[in-house]
Design a protein around this ligand. Structure first.
Ligand SMILES: Cc1cc2nc3c(=O)[nH]c(=O)nc-3n(C[C@H](O)[C@H](O)[C@H](O)COP(=O)(O)OP(=O)(O)OC[C@H]3O[C@@H](n4cnc5c(N)ncnc54)[C@H](O)[C@@H]3O)c2cc1C
Length: 383
């Protein structure tokens, strides 16, 4: 099976397929641009206030994560830094807290409860919700590397520096069906999708040494993250840029994740505090940090945990979330026969990797249990 894109979702799927005895080849343009290396690693279906089928998908994934991580750790020998440490969402008053979409699934906190959970929390927060069932994983330093090693252990083939240029179908008479598109900015899902009658016959690719070739294949999975619509014109996936930074704090200064409006603080075990994130759909694929984005994060730190504003900054980075119009992923069969989709995970791809890999692998291997979860995330909901 060809996996188009070697980010978090492509790796998770390749690992799952290989575990089930299926050969998998991952074509990856640039490992370092994957949002899997950018994310804060929150596992937060409740703290993020997800609703409906997306909440159900997130909860199903959260339940699978301990066993999923154990398999990756066993195959790779790398500890992934999974901690179900609980996440606190602070509010300026109790009315806002009680109106939060997942309020009924958390423990309500008053100001003294907030101070108990987050001893140095800023003075403007008067209420909160504690979600002890949510947590975090160290995706940037550990999980991505562990997944790569676990894939190698299971015999997955990698081709790094290999760009997929286009998909070839039996309707194209052997020419490229869709070519990489120039930047079009945000899409709204109303644009045309290729008709589902065509069958995938090949992918066009350019290897790191510049060689271009057409690789025959009748099945592939599109795991191209924020860039997915460049390969399948009209797919409703667009980039939402996010800027991040990290601070080095004292070990144990914060035991819970703090998920504030516009800024969150994710304490790793070694005292590194990962701070996120801006949300900039207007930036398109514009690269780099901006002073305004970094100022926003700094203001968020000062409001949530004033003491942390003086901790030394260690790193600053950015990346692109693969967003869809309803902010939920596209999973399962795609609009071209033989082309499967595992993309569009927006701000919850780390959380959703375990269930996405499981559901798409099941469908690919003809083991779909038909419980409806996969169907709810079919691309045709936008057609
Ligand atoms: C700032 C930020 C914070 C986030 N925080 C969280 C969080 O706390 N919790 C959470 O659950 N999620 C979080 N996310 C979301 C999560 O990172 C993404 O949903 C997830 O990484 C998406 O995985 P993916 O494999 O689809 O895309 P990516 O990880 O981006 O991988 C896509 C890969 O496809 C490759 N590719 C693209 N086009 C081609 C091509 N034509 N040929 C070959 N290769 C190609 C790219 O090179 C890239 O490596 C965050 C994201 C961002 C940006």
């Amino acid at each position: 099976m060809l996996i188009l894109g070697g980010g978090l979702i492509g790796l998770a799927l390749a690992h799952e397929l290989a575990r089930q005895g299926r050969t998998a080849t991952v074509l990856s343009r640039r490992r370092s641009e994957a949002a899997g290396f950018v994310a804060a690693g929150m596992l937060a279906p409740h703290a993020e206030g997800l609703q409906g089928t997306l909440l159900a998908l997130g909860q199903a994934s959260l339940a699978r994560i301990p066993a999923w991580v154990a398999r990756i750790e066993s195959d790779s020998g790398v500890a992934c830094g999974l901690r179900i440490c609980g996440i606190v969402v602070p509010f300026v008053n109790a009315a806002e807290r009680d109106a939060y979409p997942t309020a009924a699934l958390g423990e309500p906190l008053d100001r003294s409860g907030l101070e108990r959970e987050i001893p140095a929390i800023g003075p403007s927060w008067r209420a909160g919700l504690l979600f002890p069932q949510d947590g975090q994983i160290d995706n940037r330093r550990r999980l991505m590397r562990a997944l790569e090693r676990a894939c190698v252990h299971r015999g997955v083939r990698f081709e790094e520096g290999c760009e997929v240029l286009g998909l070839v179908t039996d309707r194209d008479g052997g020419t490229v069906a869709t070519t990489p598109q120039p930047l079009l900015g945000a899409r709204d899902g109303r644009e045309p999708i290729d008709a589902p009658s065509a069958q995938l016959t090949a992918v066009r690719l350019r290897r790191a040494d510049g060689q271009e070739l057409t690789l025959p294949c009748r099945e592939a999975v599109l795991c191209g993250g924020a860039w997915s619509a460049r390969l399948l014109h009209g797919l409703p996936v667009f980039p939402v840029k996010g800027q991040m930074l990290s601070l080095q704090g004292p070990i144990g200064a914060l035991s819970r994740v703090v998920f504030g409006p516009g800024t969150y603080l994710v304490p790793r075990e070694d005292g590194l505090l990962v701070v996120g994130a801006t949300s900039e759909p207007e930036a398109g694929f514009g690269e780099g940090l901006t002073p305004a984005g970094q100022r926003q994060l700094q203001a968020g730190i000062e409001a949530l945990l004033p003491a942390a504003a003086s901790w030394p900054p260690m790193e600053r980075w950015w990346g692109f979330r693969p967003c869809t119009p309803d902010q939920a992923p596209l999973l399962g069969e795609g609009p071209i026969a033989g082309l499967w989709l595992a993309t569009g995970h927006h701000r919850n791809g780390v959380l959703l990797a375990a269930i996405s890999a499981e559901l798409v692998a099941q469908a690919l291997l003809g083991q779909d249990r038909g419980d409806g979860l996969l169907r709810a995330f079919h691309w045709s909901r936008f057609s």
